[in-house]
Design a binder for this molecule. Sequence first.
Ligand SMILES: Nc1ncnc2c1ncn2[C@@H]1O[C@H](COP(=O)(O)OP(=O)(O)OP(=O)(O)O)[C@@H](O)[C@H]1O
Ligand SMILES: [Mg+2]
Length: 890
Amino acid sequence: MEKSVACDGTVEKLIEMGFESCAAEQAVKEVGPSLDKAVDYLLNGSSSRNCEGSGAMTSNSECFTSSRSGKRMLSGSACSGRKRQSSILEHFRLPRSVKRGMLSSDVSDVLVSGSKVLPLSVNGCEESCVSVDCGKVENAVDGLPVWCKEEVGFGLDWEERANRVLQERFGYSSLKSFQKEALAAWAAHQDCLVLAATGSGKSLCFQIPALLTGKVVVVISPLISLMHDQCLKLSKHGVSACFLGSGQPDSSVEKKAMRGMYDIIYVCPETISRLIKPLQGLAESRGITLFAIDEVHCVSKWGHNFRPSYRQLSVLRENFSACNLKFLKFNIPLMALTATATIPVRGDVLKVLSMSKETKVVLTSFFRPNLRFSVKHCRTSSPSSYGKNLSHLIGIYAGKKKSNEKKWSSIAEELDDCSDSSAGNSISDGDVSSPNDMNRIEDDCCDVDGDELNLTKENGSTASREKEMSIEYLENDVDVFHIVDDWDVACGEFIGQSPCKDQYICKSSETVDPSSKIEDRSKLLQEPLEEGPTIIYVPTRKQTLSITEYLCNFGVKAAAYNASLPKSHLRQVHKEFHENLIQVVVATVAFGMGIDKSNIRRIIHYGWPQSLEAYYQEAGRAGRDGKLAECVLYANLSRTPSLLPSKRSEAQTKHAFKMLSDCFRYGMNTSCCRAKTLVEYFGEDFSYEKCLLCDVCVNGPPEMQDLKEEADILMKEQNHSFDSSYDGKCNDTKSQRAVQKPNLRMFVAKIKEQYQKFWTTDQLWWQGLARIMEGKGYIREGDEKSHVQIKCPEPTKLGLEYLEYDREQPLSVYPEADMQLSVNKHKSYSSFAEWGKGWADPEIRRQRLERKQSNRKPRKPRRTRKSGKMKLDFKTARGRIAAKLFSKQK
Ligand SMILES: Nc1ncnc2c1ncn2[C@@H]1O[C@H](COP(=O)(O)OP(=O)(O)OP(=O)(O)O)[C@@H](O)[C@H]1O
Ligand SMILES: [Mg+2]
């Protein structure tokens, strides 16, 4: 009895060490309860053969693997129901001598059995071999091969091994500290949330585990372009990967994936629920070492790019936990990654994915020190303004403008071909021959008075408009989903090629370390902006086509990318862009997240993005090689941007307006470093005062102005109307208050009436002041609906106090971009205004008219058609002047 308890204890310890339970049991049976003897037996004895034999003899085993160490043995019946999964950390802790012994025997075993060794031990170093194909076995059911890999011993600690994989596979010298942290969490079977800047190297955090264990990593990814991008790269590094889309006509890739033929499987979130069973099979056969959820901000309703299907990813935790799958010893860990999650989004992610309470949060700076941010004012809505705004770009790529040149580049021709061939595809919307049509709906479809179109499902009055927009113009989550469906899966299969030799040459870490010092950053100031490709992000599909056409017309190699274009076109654009054959891609959000091309020098946003998250995400495509890159937002500052339609609840709509409003404020800001604004938006304390590169840092803020008088006047107007709405003139019913709520436009009209000095100060200027005052907490939105800009300002308690007590206090503020625009607009008309002023003085007017009259004959007053008699038309100004002259003549 005692002996059997001791034996059980030894078996348990052996399992903890990482040995397979059947091997451990066999060892204890052979040598008794002595741990040392059992280990010795396992490492030097013949247990493996026994176990192998048992596996091989099992008729319904799906795959069998063996080693003397007894690790990762049967995946079939022999071991089913037992705890087979080894603790990775325990594994690393084995004594060095033991590990070495294990490894050499493992490799020779495998070689003897005729399997191939993956090209990891390029230096002839056995220890660098981390994963070994153990061959293929015919599946009894359909005759398809089943691939499995043996997890072999780690000769060094996991960090060293990971660094070696990094060097040999990817050519980088060492892991970044955040990568180490994330990998450490994975190695400890912990869930992990990785929040790190765009381009910092998050992908390696989930790619390396596949190479360290020989098991599969399943990556949930939102965009086909991103999956394609990553698979392409991995195949170049000798890692086999595939991506799977929902509704796939060709199931062979999926079948192969579920049989363990690929190291990494990319799946869109919509497909996961269908794949639960096959993935459980894969977890049991080859093993799944990690579920990575990339661009995890898509989980949150409060993030940008919300994808409802991301919310269903809690199925991963439910279906791949140790309590559910008896062959697992630990839950398969989840690793969630993003570069653009605000603090509320982070909380939401943890909750929605049912991540463990012990989830490790790896957080690095979001700051990208080599990105030069700027905002330019322009009318993005009109093709006629392309000339002015894009001439610089044309100059860069096509030399001098050749305005009469009507030569189409091959890409433009191809675009035409594509549009012809895609019957039923919404590319027909892109009939670029009709510029007016193109211009119908854009980023700035509402006026400065804040009467923006509330294009949400809830808003019944704009429902048809919304439908029109979502179907015809706009890239939204449905589109993205659609392209996943639409994609030709055959191209989603990437068999790892042997990495070419020069990839083994270690490069220094190319990505900028976010903790870079100010001296390093000031070096960037002297750096010229190198030549390189550009992505132009536009809000509508139509614009992708019209701008591409425009650029191609001038000899720029440009291509459009939006979800409605044929997949063959998208694939080619992607490929040619990576091969530097295309200079400019004009894209919607479909080419946004995750795309990794090191030398993109310029990201242009031509029109308002929907949020700062989206903006920063897309801007993050630039300068991933660490060299200076430029991110320009061309925005119409004189119009309030509007929300693109999407399915939103009331709360989501409110939040979406808030995100758009923050983005608008970013554009209006003239005094705060842009990088600081962006980084702080994500809840990070910006450790530098300035980025030194952005337009605000370089040009400095405008001169401060004391706007106390204007603020007082605006406050008084509001206060007056606020009081009057409560003095009994109107009943306090909700509906009446809503109807009678005075808006800013009314206030401005009243101010103009009462104060002659503000006659030329327009709505745009007052809107800017209202925004500043709202920022200071003096006013708030009185309307119950959400708006991007304040529409019906109402004084707050603080505002009333300010009005009452702070009479002498100046209100020194930096005028914002719209206020400056308004002032400049009026300046340019000042000479006209001066000339016009004279007409207000009757004496000057009389003299001018006399002078005019002496120079030419007066016009004959108009005759009315009806009577045929001469009648003076006193309604028009001309008529009145003519009447005066006529009476004088008489
Ligand atoms: N340790 C490293 N040393 C040097 N370069 C690295 C390292 N890790 C990753 N990189 C490189 O950094 C680049 C960006 O990596 P990756 O695409 O994973 O970024 P990301 O953090 O996922 O960005 P995004 O948020 O935009 O998706 C890649 O080209 C990658 O090879
Ligand atoms: Mg990424």
